[in-house]
Each structure stands twice: as structure tokens, then as C-alpha cells.
Write a protein that binds this ligand. Structure first.
Ligand SMILES: *[C@@H]1O[C@H](CO)[C@@H](O)[C@H](O)[C@H]1NC(C)=O
Ligand SMILES: *[C@@H]1O[C@H](CO)[C@@H](O)[C@H](O)[C@H]1NC(C)=O
Ligand SMILES: *[C@@H]1O[C@H](CO)[C@@H](O)[C@H](O)[C@H]1NC(C)=O
Ligand SMILES: *[C@@H]1O[C@H](CO)[C@@H](O)[C@H](O)[C@H]1NC(C)=O
Ligand SMILES: [Zn+2]
Length: 292
């Protein structure tokens, strides 16, 4: 994934942006979600203000060469679910792979989903993004895994049908229609960073357990119809694999919400074989190795 021509390798971002250097900084994103989680019963559903109505502001769909971004006008915010403040919704964007590879940023037990959608929200006390990036909880990003089925997701058509037109004005629609219809109280929470430079460690991540479903052809619209924008390029290159590599959690706690299911529980991890009890030292070593 190229942040710019000189820095195609995300491991090299640290040269240009010291704050992206994974060895110097400990709270990077994305991470792999595994059974090392702690349930927090006070993490109930988030309140998504204004997501269920059609807003009146100006929305735009742009391609910045790294992703496709839907900038939304005002009127929407997120709060609750353990967030320390109200966060105003700014934009949403996507991460994807290639024609035959998956491209979510976060992984679940090592599995990468085909895509991931990020809804970016800024703490309401901050006047601008640079101020928010100085605050360890300045941003709240809602992450949604996107999986593929045979049927089109008609709501997703609001975006996928317009990809080739970007930059373009977008007609506002209720953002809720892009989100999972059910089980929004099932999510994971951890402290992390932006996944693109400057990689600021300013993000409270909320990753929803239940994915959004789109069709194969809608997925193909992302992997084949979006190009890295280089104005003088002789040939345009499809934008692929715009995800950052997985980072170690180090000492961070990953919390599971009150209702989270798949990876819930730390005392009796559901997918670990029961026979491993007398192999505990090896299990612990394995767990340690996966964190380095
Ligand atoms: C549970 O979440 C709340 C809200 O974010 C937080 O204040 C509290 O410290 C968490 N508890 C644990 C045990 O992590
Ligand atoms: C990629 O996504 C597909 C569809 O969800 C899934 O079947 C497959 O296991 C994923 N591949 C990897 C390597 O995670
Ligand atoms: C952002 O807000 C901070 C805090 O009010 C202010 O000091 C700074 O000048 C602002 N930066 C920009 C680029 O507007
Ligand atoms: C969604 O929530 C319902 C009701 O709590 C539950 O029965 C179902 O298993 C959940 N689905 C997933 C995929 O977690
Ligand atoms: Zn993102």
C-alpha cells in the first residue's frame, strides 16, 4: 500500500512520519482480535444521533488516492457506549483488498474480511482535526467488517454506483441504512491510532461484531473501479490493498461489550481445545508469541 510514491511500504512510513514507527509507539492500529478480551458489562449500545434521518447538509464523495471518502455534513454524532464525550460525525471511508484477496484492516482470529468501513467522529470539544489528534481520545472511529453474499445491498448502491464519478456531490441518505440491521450492541473497544499517516494515537476504536453484507459485484466495484490518483500517470493503476499491517496489542486491553458474542469470555475461551489444560505453559507461550 503506497502512502506516496516513495513510501509504498507501510513499514517505511516511520522514516517520514516518526509517529508511525511501530517500535517507538505502542498504541497502533489495526490489531488482530482474538480471545484475549475482557468483557465490560458497562459497554452498552452507542447512541447514533441523526443516523436514522436524511440530513440536509452537503455531502461529497472523493477519492484521495488512498481511499474513497464520503464527507458528510453536520447533524450526526455518536455518544454513549463508554465514549467519554459526544463525537461529531465527519466522514466514512473504506479499506479493501484486490480481485482475489481480502482487505479489512482489523482481523478476527487471523481472518481478514473482504472490506472494512470506518465512520470517523471527532470529539465535540475540539475545533479542528489537529487539536483532536493531540488528544488520546480525540477521535472515535466505528469500524464495520464487510462480507460478501450473492444479493446486492441496495443501500450500499448509494456509494458503490457513484465510485467512478468521484469527486462528486452525494445525495444525503440515512447513514443507518449502511450499518448492520441488528446486533449493534455487540462490539469490541480498544485504544489505537489512525491507520494512515500521521498514525496519531488518538482513536477510540469500536469494532462491530456483525458484518455488513454486500454483493460480489459491489465488492468488485471497489477493487476494479477506483484508481490511485497520479495526475501525470501514463497508465492508471487500480487502488488495491489499502490496509495497514497488523500491530501488536502490547499492554492494551481489548474490551468486549456487554452483548458481544463471538470472542466473548476470557475464563473459558470457546475455541481453545479443552485438552490444552495440562499444556498451559505452551498455551501461554503461544499467546505471548502472538503478541510480539
Ligand atoms: C468499562 O468501561 C467503562 C466505560 O468506558 C470504563 O470507565 C471502565 O473503566 C471499564 N472497566 C474496565 C474493568 O475496563
Ligand atoms: C476472505 O473472505 C472470504 C469471504 O468472507 C472468506 O471466505 C475467506 O476465508 C477470507 N480469506 C481470508 C484469507 O481471510
Ligand atoms: C486548531 O485549534 C487549536 C485549538 O483551538 C488552535 O490553536 C489551532 O490554531 C487550530 N489549527 C488550525 C489549523 O486551525
Ligand atoms: C444477534 O442477536 C441475537 C439476539 O441477541 C442473537 O440470537 C444472534 O445470535 C446474534 N447474531 C450474531 C451473528 O451474533
Ligand atoms: Zn480507515
Amino acid at each position: 500500500y503506497c502512502y506516496d510514491e516513495q513510501h509504498c511500504d507501510p513499514y517505511a512510513w516511520g522514516d517520514l512520519y516518526p509517529s508511525c514507527h511501530p517500535l517507538l509507539e505502542l498504541h497502533h492500529s489495526p490489531i488482530n482480535l482474538d480471545h484475549d478480551m475482557i468483557r465490560n458489562g458497562s459497554l452498552g449500545p452507542l447512541h447514533l444521533e441523526g443516523f436514522d434521518v436524511t440530513q440536509t447538509g452537503h455531502w461529497t464523495l472523493t477519492n484521495d488516492g488512498h481511499s474513497v471518502i464520503l464527507q458528510v455534513g453536520g447533524g450526526m454524532s455518536v455518544s454513549g457506549g463508554g465514549l467519554p464525550d459526544v463525537y461529531h460525525t465527519l466522514q466514512l471511508h473504506f479499506h479493501w483488498g484486490g480481485p482475489v484477496t481480502n482487505g479489512s484492516e482489523h482481523t478476527v482470529d487471523g481472518r481478514r474480511y473482504p472490506m472494512e468501513m470506518h465512520v470517523v467522529n471527532m470529539k465535540s470539544i475540539h475545533p479542528n482535526m489537529s487539536a483532536a489528534l493531540e488528544d488520546p481520545t480525540g477521535l472515535a472511529v466505528l469500524g464495520f467488517f464487510i462480507d460478501v453474499v450473492y444479493a446486492d445491498n441496495v443501500h450500499f448502491g448509494h456509494i458503490s454506483q457513484k465510485l467512478t464519478l468521484a469527486p462528486t456531490l452525494a445525495v444525503p441518505f440515512p447513514l443507518m441504512s449502511l450499518l448492520p440491521k441488528r446486533n449493534m450492541s455487540q462490539y469490541y473497544r480498544y485504544d489505537g491510532s489512525l491507520t494512515t499517516p500521521p498514525c496519531s494515537q488518538a482513536v477510540l476504536w469500536t469494532l462491530y461484531e456483525v458484518p455488513v453484507y454486500i454483493s460480489w459485484s459491489q465488492l468488485a466495484q471497489f477493487t476494479s473501479q477506483i484508481f490511485s490518483t497520479e495526475e501525470d500517470a501514463e497508465q492508471v493503476t487500480p487502488l488495491h490493498n489499502n490496509f495497514r499491517h497488523i500491530h501488536a496489542t502490547f499492554s492494551r486491553v481489548v474490551s468486549a461489550s456487554r452483548d458481544a458474542r463471538l470472542l466473548s469470555g476470557t475464563a473459558a475461551p470457546p475455541l481453545r481445545p479443552a485438552a490444552s489444560v495440562h499444556l498451559l505453559p505452551f498455551v501461554l507461550l503461544g499467546g505471548l508469541a502472538s503478541k510480539l
